[in-house]
Design a protein around this ligand. Structure first.
Ligand code: N7H
Length: 508
């Protein structure tokens, strides 16, 4: 019997319930040897248990309740520090797990990210041979330990208490301590200046239906509720084909996400990518493109991303003149960079793409249309598109790294800054890899119904130096330069708390 009742006290935090903290330490580590590594995992599993999805969800609900009461900085009233641990295939191997268990893991995870460079398009500057240490030696990366807190001094205290124990010292070598930090100057925005973390898949059993017309299959308007097995192992998944008579994704539960090996139930696969952003390059290129196109820089940036910097979706017509025709004048960002619409859960995802088939509002290749094409027709065929697209969703949990760009910074010696991209899913090959390979990096996706030219690759995260983009169906394609470089990454598995304890005590 399919269930939406998740074992939240067994599922590590940050998957179905995001940590959402301002300060994050990301420790990429190597185990000294199997026995000492397991001893440390036994010790850290108590911290991880105290950061379960049940605890994080409870905290997040209290935090949201304070926000709803207009408390502008709830973290001054309540705060928390969370810890989670995810293991790479190299790490599980170094811990001497049973050979049969190791062999049962899916191929993409066993390969690791660097070995999947052909599938992911990590070429040129993004080639794994150019990645920063330790990612250029993936065999060394055994685990990532994430510590997240509302206040930096609390984060440092927790970091010290975890790393100064005899079990840590004996069992673990820190390869990289990569800090993550939300933008103090522009909270909620990433380094190019766009508000992030707006659209996430709704999860049955976590997100309550919140649809004004009472549709039980919708969270906030425009947010389809998905079966939890898309993200957590051992639960019902989405069905890739349509249900007769239902407009939208198939609401019925599909088979449970497979547990290979069996103890992976309640776990999730975690993809990490260290993405460097050249902010000066991006901003000056947007200015150049705007001049060529005769648009404002606000509209030009929004056409690349699919949202204005404020988070207002360019496809959301409610603030644009004319119901289904492109505006005759450039409306610019309705919120002038600061979230208004972007924060409004009733509006910020309440749109589809098919009523803009040629990309007159939102270009076919814009980042959000590529990464989640909503009701777009895919090669699965018109009838099944929306159902099959829901098999490609990602729970994104990224955080920026590096200091915000300032205009005084010399372009020639730009600081290293970007996004520590994390996403959870139950199937790396069919979710993250599929999105990156067949949508982001494919110039022909989504198919252009007019047949007059390819939409182009994703203008934000395609790893090539540049590419032509159909930015407006009424104009010739423009050459768009790309300013995000992959500088590291790895595939991890985030085991259930029970499984982590089992690895610690040697029963797994
Ligand atoms: Fe993206 N950006 O600032 O331009 N992303 N992203 N992303 N991204 C999104 O809707 C960005 C990256 C997705 O449901 C927004 O929450 C940047 C990777 C998906 O409508 C913005 C980088 C992958 C969505 C950005 C980056 C994705 C999404 C709008 C790298 C996966 C949700 C805010 C430096 C392969 C789409 C929001 C939806 C949204 C940006 C990376 C995927 C502003 C700068 C690697 C699925």
């Amino acid at each position: 019997m399919p269930t939406t009742s998740l074992n939240l006290d067994q599922i590590q935090g940050n998957s179905v319930a995001g940590f959402n903290k301002d300060f994050q330490t990301n420790l990429f580590v190597k185990f000294t040897n199997a026995a000492a590594g397991r001893t440390w995992i036994k010790e850290i599993s108590a911290e991880v248990a105290a950061s379960s999805s049940a605890e994080v969800l409870k905290f997040n609900n209290q935090f949201s309740a304070l926000r709803a009461q207009n408390v502008s900085r709830p973290e001054q009233l309540i705060s928390a520090v969370w810890v989670n641990l995810a293991l790479s295939f190299q790490g599980l191997t170094a811990l001497n797990l049973k050979t049969a268990d190791l062999a049962a893991f899916p191929q993409a995870f066993r390969d690791g990210m660097a070995q999947r460079k052909a599938e992911l398009g990590d070429v040129g500057a993004s080639d794994p041979s150019n990645w920063v240490a330790p990612f250029n030696h993936p065999a060394d990366i055994h685990a990532v330990l994430v510590i997240a807190a509302d206040h930096s001094h609390v984060l440092h205290q927790k970091f010290r208490s975890i790393t100064e124990t005899p079990a840590f010292t004996a069992g673990v070598e820190i390869l990289l301590n990569q800090p993550g930090r939300t933008r103090l100057d522009l909270p909620g925005h990433e380094h190019f200046g766009f508000k992030d973390g707006i659209s996430q898949p709704g999860i049955r059993g976590i997100d309550p239906p919140d649809d004004p017309i009472g549709n039980p299959n919708q969270g906030h308007p425009g947010q389809d509720l998905l079966w939890p097995g898309e993200f957590i192992i051992g639960y019902a998944t989405q069905i890739a084909t349509a249900k007769a008579g239902v407009d939208g994704p198939n609401p019925d539960p599909g088979p449970d996400s497979p547990a290979n090996p069996a103890w992976t139930v309640d776990g999730s696969y975690l993809v990490f990518r260290r993405l460097r952003q050249d902010v000066a390059g991006f901003e000056s290129h947007v200015t150049e493109l705007a001049q060529t196109l005769g648009w404002s820089t606000e509209l030009t940036g929004a056409k690349l991303v699919g949202r204005y910097k404020s988070g207002a979706p360019i496809e959301q017509r409610k603030f644009q003149p004319g119901p289904y025709t492109p505006p005759s004048t450039d409306p610019g960002d309705p919120d002038h960079g600061n979230a208004g619409l972007g924060n409004n859960n009733s509006l910020n995802n309440n749109f589809e793409f098919l009523d803009d088939p040629h990309g007159a509002f939102c270009p076919l290749a814009s980042h959000i249309r590529k990464a989640y094409p909503r009701d777009e027709i895919t090669p699965a065929g018109p009838e099944n598109s929306e159902s099959s697209t829901q098999k490609r969703r990602l729970l994104r949990r990224g955080i920026p790294y590096g200091s915000p760009f300032t205009a005084h910074e010399p372009t020639s010696a730009q600081a290293d800054r970007g996004l520590l991209f994390y996403c959870y899913q139950s199937d790396i090959e069919n979710q993250f890899e599929f999105v990156q390979r067949f949508w982001v990096n494919s110039a022909d996706f989504p198919p252009n119904p007019s047949g007059s030219g390819a939409p182009g690759v994703d203008p934000i995260i395609a790893q090539s130096p540049s590419g032509p983009m159909l930015i407006d169906p009424a104009k010739a394609p423009v050459d768009v330069n790309h300013f995000v470089t992959t500088t590291g990454g790895e595939y991890f598995f985030s085991p259930s708390i029970r499984a982590l304890q089992g690895i610690g005590d040697g029963s797994i």
